[in-house]
Design a protein around this ligand. Structure first.
Ligand SMILES: Nc1ncnc2c1ncn2[C@@H]1O[C@H](COP(=O)(O)OP(=O)(O)O)[C@@H](O)[C@H]1O
Ligand SMILES: [Mg+2]
Length: 393
């Protein structure tokens, strides 16, 4: 197992820049997800790490050593693709053993008849059979070794593809949207399987996906990629709670984060006719965006004022989505066409009626502020303001 370093990689196809100075440091044994919208350069980056494609500039290193000059098979990485790419006329056992057969047996040894009598081939074949049996048992494929891919379900085929990567015991696994051909239910189950597999193998995983749920649920860290750049590399919780850019905040999390236009006014922001006590640097009139996750809102009882929740948005209930464990309250707000969504306990939503007035409140430490370019404006934490005021006095 090994660490993986990607340093200052650039890649263009014609005049289109696909990777723009990409840096990544992936720790030994880490599960890192590379997440981003379709077309942002994820597959290209993975192919460059695997050696299937060449970067225009920059370097890839495995276990601290540059591998740029090494062909794919000498990099000791295994890539699992979106399409399973199994050999249809081979059995599951044949598909699983192929990488080892190609690697460990010579051309003569591989021949069906002559190979059997070639010196040493019996011993190697035994070792291959043992390795395949081990991987098959780990992935629950032991009973399927004689089947052909067409006789397997999508999830089983995906496991064979995974198994084929595993038999070689590579230092690094590269997975390119391996679950995208599975239906939703199977995807959720396989997600758990892959996470467990990672724990058991303790190998370094780079997992590419456009599905933020996969990235958030499986990874030690998430690299958020857009337009050929890594925007943020952090734990799932950090990316969720503390995004560095508005487009990161909007990509991660369902329902999507709520955004509202805001204007600086003294030591507050004007948001939909309300004053939110957020001190933002800059001049009055500065245009900003505030963003609040749906579950950070609470429904504020009209007529009651609370100091804990001073960032208030009011409007009308537009729609209620009852999900069972929670209810999504859609609120229309004057002057904010996209409206807001709040996630609340079903109990709390029971009294709500479509069209009725509603006020939502968020604690000010939960409000994320972004500038006109979508870059995060970090505000001093409320507890940090106090000592400075004392020091000034
Ligand atoms: N071989 C190629 N020739 C030309 N353009 C390519 C090639 N491979 C990828 N691209 C372009 O590079 C961009 C990134 O592609 P890709 O890495 O496949 O993105 P992702 O995997 O994130 O969806 C896309 O705009 C795609 O059209
Ligand atoms: Mg891709």
């Amino acid at each position: 197992m090994a660490s993986l370093g990607v340093s200052d990689i650039c890649k263009s196809f014609g005049t289109t820049t696909v990777l723009d100075h990409v840096h990544l440091d992936i720790r030994d044994g880490e599960f890192l997800s590379l997440v981003g919208p379709s077309g942002c350069g994820k597959t290209t980056l993975l192919r460059i790490i695997a050696g299937l494609d060449h970067a225009d500039s920059g370097s890839v290193s495995i276990a601290g050593a540059p591998v740029d000059q090494l062909p794919p098979k000498r990099r000791d990485v295994a890539m699992v693709f979106q399409s399973y790419a199994l050999y249809p006329y081979m059995t599951v056992g044949g598909n699983l053993s192929l990488p080892l057969v190609m690697r460990r047996l010579s051309r003569w040894q591989r021949m069906p008849l002559a190979g059997r009598f070639w010196p040493g081939s019996a011993r190697v074949r035994q070792a291959i059979t043992a390795a395949v049996a081990e991987v098959a048992s780990l992935l629950g494929l032991s009973g399927l070794l004689d089947r052909r891919p067409a006789q397997l379900s999508g999830g089983q085929r995906q496991r064979v593809a995974l198994g084929r990567a595993m038999v070689r015991q590579p230092q690094v696994f590269l997975m390119d949207e391996p679950l995208s051909n599975l239906d939703a239910k199977l995807r959720a189950a396989t997600r758990t399987e892959i996470a467990e597999l990672h724990r058991r193998l303790q190998a370094t995983f780079v997992y590419v996906t456009h599905d933020q749920v996969e990235a958030m649920t499986m990874s030690d860290r998430v690299a958020m990629m857009m337009d050929g750049r890594i925007l943020q590399l952090a734990t799932p919780q950090e990316i969720y709670d503390d995004p560095c850019e508005l487009r990161v905040a909007e990509f991660i999390g369902t329902p999507r984060i709520n955004t509202l236009g805001a204007t600086r006014s003294g030591d507050a922001l004007l948001v939909g006719g309300q004053r939110w006590p957020l001190a933002v640097p800059g001049d009055d009139g500065r245009q900003l965006t505030v963003a609040i996750r749906p579950e950070w809102w609470t429904i504020r009882d009209t007529g009651l004022a609370g100091d804990d929740a001073r960032c208030v948005a009011s409007g009308q209930v537009r729609h209620l989505e009852l999900l069972g464990s929670q209810t999504l309250v859609h609120v229309s707000v004057d002057g904010h066409p996209q409206g807001l969504v709040a996630t609340v306990e079903p109990e709390r939503a029971r009294g709500l009626r479509i069209g009725a007035a509603i006020a939502l409140a968020a604690p000010d430490r939960r409000v994320l502020v972004f500038d006109a370019a979508g870059v995060r404006v970090r505000l001093p934490a409320p507890s940090a303001r106090q000592p400075r005021a004392l020091a000034d006095g």
